[in-house]
Design a protein around this ligand. Sequence first.
Ligand SMILES: *[C@@H]1O[C@H](CO)[C@@H](O)[C@H](O)[C@H]1NC(C)=O
Length: 154
Amino acid sequence: MAKLALVLLLFTLFMAMPLLQSTFGESSKEVASITNTSPTLFGAVFIFDDPLTEGPEGTSRLVGRAQGLYGSADQQELGLLVAVNFVFTTGKFNASSLTILGRNVALNPPAEMPIIGGTGVFRFARGFVMAKRHFLNVASGNGVLNYNVFVIHY
Ligand SMILES: *[C@@H]1O[C@H](CO)[C@@H](O)[C@H](O)[C@H]1NC(C)=O
């Protein structure tokens, strides 16, 4: 009978941050009707597909893509519903993925968010990430997020 190996992985990844100045204006149709009058942009949704790298520099090794969405889901403070797939495209995790689903209170880092599963080598994965801002250029909306990833899988 095959023995199942329990592996605890701990690694750090960096994700280029999506443009925060996405198009949610009077003309956009994908936002809730309250969004334009809400101080927390309640109802706004941002979809992203960003490079996932080992380090924070643009020249750092690319390990995959971070794809997902932020939805503004809190009417009292800037609280985001975050759903992200880390899609690995190289190395021993190539073609495997991790799925994060949680809440990020943007003004109160670091954000702890659960890893709710994965595919490939990450089947049955459980864990959490600690996400914090590494760099943000408010003017351009570009930035880098730092993810510390703690994941258990078989
Ligand atoms: C990753 O996996 C895909 C699909 O299996 C394969 O086509 C590709 O060559 C692999 N890339 C690397 C860098 O191993």
